[in-house]
Design a protein around this ligand. Structure first.
Ligand code: GLN
Ligand code: ZN
Length: 762
């Protein structure tokens, strides 16, 4: 018999009950007991929803109040001293590790652990500090507790946990650890804790565990065969049957050692990497290892093509036999919203394309049924829905596709190289040395948010809403003139979000009402969904930028989100490549850039903060990605004359390994986050001989703290030691939307004063 499984489920709770309960606890409105009670109810709701969908193997232990990697550290007793010193309750210590805590009156002040992106998803893990002296001990066997909790409800589960090698690869080397310390060196100390945890599970009657080792899809795992062998040879004898899961990519050469591990089954991500199946089956056939086929995507929201998945599974059954095959999700479903059934504004056609977590559970169950010879209406309906979707894809927008096919090399290039453009821009914009500017947004005040929410609810007319936004733009322009900035912005008050705002105005996107996906902790986002070919029915920002320009003689900078970022922060289509989607977006933005220039806007910024985070996990895939990503940016910005100054902004600065691509963007000016980083990052620009203008952020906008004039001067002085003064632009690290007006006014006044000083000094 083929079985069905899912690797994990969203934590948000129906109606975002988890988020609300956690935030209410933080605000002091509910007790720890109440929070734990809600958490228990949510776990029940999750198990029942998976079970009722017909799934055989139900996960437990994957629920978390903040982050599951943080749970592991906390359960293993890894609590850095700075948290211990606060003398908080265990629950508050846990939250302090995740999000920091400040309560001056009580003398509590501790910063959060570092956060990091989880593989190439938009979920962020909490990376607790480890050092050579870190000791592990099993303080809380969460997997066992939750297994028992489910058992009491009559549901037998498969406990889930990170494997020791992935755990140690994801956590962080603490600041006071020696420079060459790597947490993986703690493996021998950690294995006994895993042994104890797994022994306890086995003694409690647990039959199988899911051990997540997604690190196996990275290049570096290919060198870790010995570590895997040592670890699993130690764990297997005391553990329930072990399924190792991979997720987010292909196992590649690591299959050479995986096939010899003493495990029950190996899980593969066949959504991302269906081609790896043949090689893995060939490797597993002579062994006893079973296979778990991650065919239903944990990363996208598209209905699975069950017939195609069945074909893959049939292959596996032919090689290994049905008893050694489980069908599953490609990763945990934590990256998807809970259910499509609660959406009321989507058309029946749109609904028929999509599957969220609950529907994905139904899919794995239906698929297992079909593989076991059960005819079902659900399987038939799926084939019909997929066929209808394919038909829609074929017919959606040939004009857009033809335009993508017709893209020429010429369209990817500005008319002249940078030095010539620079001369033209100097005349056109007439900016001083060390020109000052900002990254785009100004404080999104309560008034702005109230007006928008009234407008969305229909309580404010479009006319009145736009008037309110114009008034806001007016005061932002007035302030910038008064404080003495050189290149102005309109402040972006009309934007709810830098991606959604554009998605809403483009053809090809749809939006959910309740499609919340966890970004980190209690923060959830609702990514737009790309459903068909993307085009721009009419200008999107010209109205706002020209209005702002009409209020001032100083140059106004137009503000757009770039193609790669729009795509990366949305759910992409699964039927065409990301490259094609990105180029369609780029063409739409190209038209917008040209329209802005025609409307008299002399500088245009195209933000690409997501270009770096979209970098593929395996190096072999980088070139292809960087080629189309950079081409997309160039395509969107190269339609204008030389005298238009093209800016781009990145929220990060760790360019080292992709530097040539940053140069190849050929933006006239780039701004990067730099105030917190040390100046080593600028050395990279120097050593590569970066030739265009650059604005390394001179102060951190993530905190309300006002930087003094002297601090900014010092910052500029140290930057000028590394980069040519005549290429420097003076700006903050990022947009100011999360800041208040008071600190913004003071900080920018200091920034302008420091730039004036720099003009006289260098
Ligand atoms: N222009 C955007 C802003 O200022 C850029 C934000 C970002 O890169 N995250 O808000
Ligand atoms: Zn930014």
């Amino acid at each position: 018999m083929v079985k069905s499984a899912v690797l994990g489920y969203p934590r948000v709770g129906v109606n975002r009950s988890a988020k609300k309960a956690i935030e209410s606890y933080w605000a002091g409105n509910t007790s720890a007991e109440q929070l734990q009670e809600t958490a228990k109810n949510i776990r029940k709701e999750r198990w029942e929803s998976i079970k009722n969908a017909g799934v055989d193997v139900v996960p437990s232990g994957d629920f978390t109040l903040y982050d599951h990697l943080l749970d592991h550290s906390f359960n293993f007793g890894v609590i850095p001293q700075r948290y211990v010193e606060q003398k908080l309750s265990p629950l508050d210590t846990y939250f302090a590790m995740g999000r920091g805590r400040q309560d001056r009156a009580k003398g509590i002040d501790v910063v959060a652990s570092e956060m990091g992106k989880f593989f190439d998803s938009n979920y962020h893990i909490v990376k607790v500090d480890h050092s050579p002296s870190t000791e592990f001990s099993l303080k809380n066997n969460q997997q066992l507790n939750e297994y028992k909790e489910a058992k009491e409800l009559g549901i037998t589960t498969r406990p889930v946990l990170f494997g020791p090698i992935t755990y140690l690869s994801l956590v962080r080397a603490g600041r006071d650890a020696p420079a060459d310390f790597e947490p993986i060196s703690l493996l021998d100390k950690l294995i006994p804790v895993y042994k104890q945890l797994l022994t306890e599970l086995k003694e409690a009657g647990v039959e199988e565990v899911q051990i997540d080792e997604p690190i196996l899809v990275l290049d570096k795992a290919e060198q870790q065969g010995d570590l895997f062998k040592k670890t699993y040879e130690a764990l297997a004898p005391v553990a329930p049957k072990i399924t190792i899961t991979t997720a987010y990519g292909r196992v590649g050469k690591s299959i050479e050692f995986l096939k010899d591990l003493p495990i029950y089954a190996l899980h593969l991500d066949l959504d991302r990497e269906p081609k790896q199946l043949d090689e893995v089956l060939a490797a597993l056939k002579p062994t006893k290892i079973a296979i778990e086929l991650g065919v239903v995507s944990g990363r996208n929201i598209w209905k699975n093509d069950l017939k195609a998945s069945k074909a893959l599974a049939d292959k596996a059954i032919a090689e290994l036999g049905a008893d050694k095959v489980t069908v599953s999700t490609s990763s945990s479903l934590l990256h998807t919203p809970i259910s499509i059934k609660v959406e009321t504004k989507l058309t029946p056609q749109q609904v028929s394309w999509l599957s969220f977590a609950t529907e994905k559970c139904e899919e794995v169950a239906t698929l297992a049924g079909a593989l076991n010879g059960k005819e079902s209406e659900a399987f038939e309906q799926n084939s019909k829905d997929i066929a209808a979707r394919r038909e829609f894809e074929r017919t959606s927008d040939s004009a857009v596709r033809d335009r993508v096919t017709a893209i020429t090399e010429e369209q990817l290039k500005r008319k002249s190289p940078f030095p010539a453009r620079r001369e033209a821009q100097k005349k056109h914009l007439n900016l001083p040395k060390f020109p000052t500017t900002t990254i785009g947004s100004f404080p999104q005040t309560k008034e702005i948010r109230v007006a928008r929410s009234k407008f969305t609810k229909g309580e404010l007319s479009k006319e009145d809403y736009e008037k309110a936004m114009e008034k806001e733009v007016g005061s932002v322009v007035e302030f910038q003139e008064k404080v003495g900035l050189d290149l102005l912005v309109h402040g972006e008050p009309e934007r709810n979000d830098m991606v959604q705002y554009f998605g809403e105005q483009l053809n090809g996107f749809i939006f959910t009402q309740l499609g919340w996906v966890q970004s980190y902790g209690s923060r959830y986002v609702r990514p737009p969904i790309v459903v068909s070919d993307v085009s721009r029915p009419s200008p999107m920002t010209v109205r706002w930028s020209s209005y702002a320009q009409s209020l001032t003689k100083l140059p106004m900078k137009g503000m757009l989100t770039g193609p790669v970022t729009i795509l990366n922060w949305s759910f992409p289509r699964a039927d065409v490549t990301k490259e094609i989607q990105s180029k369609q977006l780029a063409l739409a933005l190209r038209d917008e850039v040209v329209d802005l220039a025609n409307a008299g806007i002399k500088a245009i910024q195209v933000d690409e903060p997501a270009i770096r985070e979209g970098l593929p996990l395996r190096k072999a895939d980088w070139d292809n990605y960087l080629t189309w990503a950079v081409d997309s940016f160039r395509l969107s910005t190269s339609g204008v004359e030389d005298d238009i100054q093209v800016h781009s902004h990145f929220c990060y600065s760790d360019f080292g390994d992709i530097f040539p691509s940053i140069q190849r963007l050929d933006a006239d000016v780039i701004s990067i986050e730099a105030s917190k980083a040390d100046l080593k990052l600028l050395d990279v620009f120097k050593s590569y001989g970066y030739s265009n203008e650059i604005g390394p952020g001179v102060y951190d906008i993530h905190s309300p703290r006002v930087p003094s004039e002297q601090e900014i001067k010092d910052r500029i002085a140290s930057m000028v030691k590394v980069l040519p003064a005549d290429l420097m632009v003076v700006n903050p690290d990022c947009g100011l939307k999360t800041r208040g007006w008071k600190e913004t006014e003071e900080s920018l006044a200091n920034l302008v004063a420091a730039a004036k000083w720099a003009r006289e000094t260098y």
